[in-house]
Write a protein that binds this ligand. Structure first.
Ligand code: URP
Ligand code: ZN
Ligand code: ZN
Length: 466
C-alpha cells in the first residue's frame, strides 16, 4: 500500500522545506521535492494525504511515561490502551514506559509484568526502561541480559526512601554494570533522605497542605543530588541521563559535566516550563493536582530551562506522564501532603505545549522537532527507525496544523483522568493527522486507531556517546 503526503512543510532538526513524503506499507521510502520525477511515478495508485498548510514532522517520542503503575498507595489512571491513545491524539507515536523491579524481585519478573500490561493493548509502539530498586549480583547480571533484549536504560532513585531509593553504593555498582553493557543510567536526582527529615518536621508542625510538598523538597536538594549522580557516573564511566530536571542549579551541574566532555544528558518536562510553585499553592486542596516530584519550582527557573533547551544542556522534553484522578486518588492526601500520589498527567499535550515555546521565540521549529522526537529516539536507541522522516524509517508521521486554536480541558482531553493541569489554557497549534507505521491513527481530528496495533520495540544503546 502506497501513501503520499503532499503539499506540506517537512520539518526536521536541520530545517523546514516543502517536500512530499512517500510511504510504502509501514516504512518511509522517500522524501522528495514537489514535482520530482520520483514523485510522479510514485503517485500512481497511491493514497494521497493533503498536507497543505500543515507541518509534517516525525511522530514524537515520549521517553518518560508511567502507565498502569502502582505508586503512592494507588495506581496511575491510564492503562496502556488509554495512555497510548491519548499520546497519539497529541502527536506521540512511540512511548518508553518504566517497568518496575520491586525490592526482593528479579528484574525479569518486573519486566514480564510490564510486557503483559502492554501487549495487545497499545495503539502506538512502545518500549521499556527498567526501574532498578534492588541492586545485587543477580540484578546486575540481569541488566546485561535486558540490554540484549532491547531494554537498554535503567532508572534509579536518590529519592523515595523505602520505595525505590538506592544508596550511593548501590547506584555506583549498577553504574559500573552499565558501563560494561553500554546501558544508560537514568537518575531521579533528589536527596530523599534529607527530604524525609523535612517532611516529618513539616507534618509535626501541622503543615499539611499541598504547597508543603514543594517547600519540603528544596531546589538545592535536587542540585546536590544531580552533582552527586554526575560524580558517581564519571568515576564509574557510564552514560547518565537526569530525568525530569526542574531547577537552575541542577542544570548548571549538567552543563558543567557536559562542558568537560562527560556523557551526561538531561530532560525537562512541560510542567517545569509552564507551571510553577504558585500552582502548588492554589486555594484549598486544588494544589494537589500539581503535586509531582521534583516539585513545581519558582517561576524564575523557567527561563533558564528554556535556555538549557536552546543550548542542548537539556536535550529532551518528555512528559513524566503519571496521572492520578483528583477524586479519590489525589484525595488520599487530604490532611497530609505526603500521601498525595506524585504525578501530573501530560502525555497528550507535550507537542502542543512546546509549540507554544516556538511561538514565543524560546525555541526554533527545527529544535521543537529535535527535542520531542529526534533526540529522544537517538538517546534511547530508537534512531533512525523512529524520530526522523527518512527512507527506511518507520512511517510514524504527524501532520500538525500550526494555526489551529484549541483550549485544553479535562472535558475534551483523552487521558483517563478527571482534571487537566492546564485547564482553560488557550493555545495555538493542533495535531491534525497521525500515522503509526503507515497506519492512520488520527485522521483530521478523528480517532481511527486500533488497540493492538502498537508493538514492543527492542531498543539499541545510546546514540550520543563519545
Ligand atoms: O511525581 C512524579 N514524577 N511521579 C512519577 C514517578 C517519578 O519519580 O518519575
Ligand atoms: Zn522520578
Ligand atoms: Zn517519572
Amino acid at each position: 500500500m502506497r501513501t503520499m503526503i503532499s503539499g506540506g512543510t517537512v520539518v526536521s532538526p536541520t530545517g523546514a522545506q516543502q517536500a512530499e513524503v512517500l510511504v510504502e506499507d509501514e516504512r518511509i521510502v522517500g522524501v522528495a521535492a514537489p514535482g520530482a520525477a520520483v514523485v510522479a511515478a510514485f503517485s500512481e495508485g497511491a493514497r494521497r494525504i493533503d498536507a497543505s498548510g500543515k507541518l509534517v514532522v516525525p511522530g514524537a517520542v515520549d521517553v518518560h511515561t508511567h502507565l498502569d503503575m502502582p505508586f503512592g498507595g494507588t495506581s496511575s489512571a491510564d492503562t496502556f490502551e488509554t495512555g497510548t491513545r491519548a499520546a497519539a491524539w497529541g502527536g506521540t507515536t512511540t512511548i518508553v514506559d518504566f517497568a518496575i523491579q520491586r525490592k526482593g524481585e528479579a528484574l525479569r519478573s518486573g519486566l514480564d509484568t510490564w510486557h503483559s500490561k502492554a501487549e495487545g493493548n497499545c495503539v502506538i509502539d512502545y518500549g521499556f526502561h527498567m526501574i532498578v530498586s534492588d541492586v545485587n549480583d543477580q540484578s546486575c547480571k540481569e541488566m546485561d541480559v535486558l540490554v540484549g533484549e532491547g531494554v537498554s536504560s535503567f532508572k534509579m532513585f536518590m529519592a523515595y526512601p523505602g520505595v525505590f531509593y538506592s544508596t550511593d553504593g548501590e547506584i555506583f555498582r549498577a553504574m559500573q554494570q552499565a558501563r560494561t553493557s553500554g546501558a544508560t543510567i537514568m537518575m531521579h536526582a533528589e536527596n530523599g533522605l534529607a527530604i524525609d527529615v523535612l517532611v516529618s518536621q513539616a507534618l509535626a508542625r501541622g503543615e499539611t497542605a499541598p504547597r508543603f510538598h514543594g517547600i519540603t523538597r528544596p531546589d538545592r536538594l535536587e542540585a546536590e543530588a544531580t552533582g552527586r549522580a554526575i560524580a558517581l557516573a564519571k568515576v564509574a564511566g557510564c552514560p547518565l541521563y537526569i530525568v525530569h530536571l526542574s531547577t537552575t542549579g541542577a542544570l548548571e551541574a549538567v552543563a558543567e559535566a557536559r562542558g568537560e566532555g562527560q556523557n551526561a544528558f538531561a530532560e525537562t518536562c512541560p510542567q517545569y516550563l509552564f507551571l510553577s510553585a504558585d500552582d502548588l499553592a492554589r486555594e484549598g486542596f486544588e494544589g494537589a493536582k500539581y503535586v509531582c516530584s521534583p516539585p513545581l519550582r519558582a517561576k524564575e527557573h523557567q527561563a533558564n530551562l528554556w535556555r538549557g533547551l536552546r543550548t542542548n544542556d537539556l536535550s529532551v522534553v518528555s512528559t513524566d506522564h503519571c496521572p492520578f484522578c483528583f477524586k479519590e486518588q489525589k484525595e488520599l492526601g487530604l490532611g497530609d501532603f505526603s500521601k498525595i500520589p506524585n504525578g501530573i498527567p501530560g502525555v497528550e499535550h507535550r507537542v502542543d505545549l512546546t509549540y507554544q515555546g516556538v511561538l514565543a521565540g524560546e525555541i526554533t521549529l527545527p529544535r521543537w522537532v529535535e527535542v520531542n522526537a529526534t533526540t529522544p529516539a537517538r538517546m534511547f536507541g530508537l534512531y533512525p527507525r523512529k524520530g526522523v522522516l527518512a527512507p527506511g524509517s518507520d512511517a510514524d508521521i504527524v501532520l500538525y496544523d500550526p494555526t489551529a486554536t484549541q483550549t485544553i480541558s479535562a472535558a475534551t482531553h483523552h487521558m483517563s483522568v478527571d482534571y487537566s493541569a492546564y485547564e482553560g489554557q488557550a493555545i495555538t497549534g493542533r495535531v491534525d493527522t497521525v500515522l503509526s507505521r503507515g497506519r492512520t491513527v488520527i485522521e483530521q481530528g478523528q480517532y481511527v486507531g486500533e488497540k493492538g496495533h502498537g508493538s514492543f520495540v527492542a531498543r539499541g544503546t545510546n546514540g550520543y556517546l563519545t
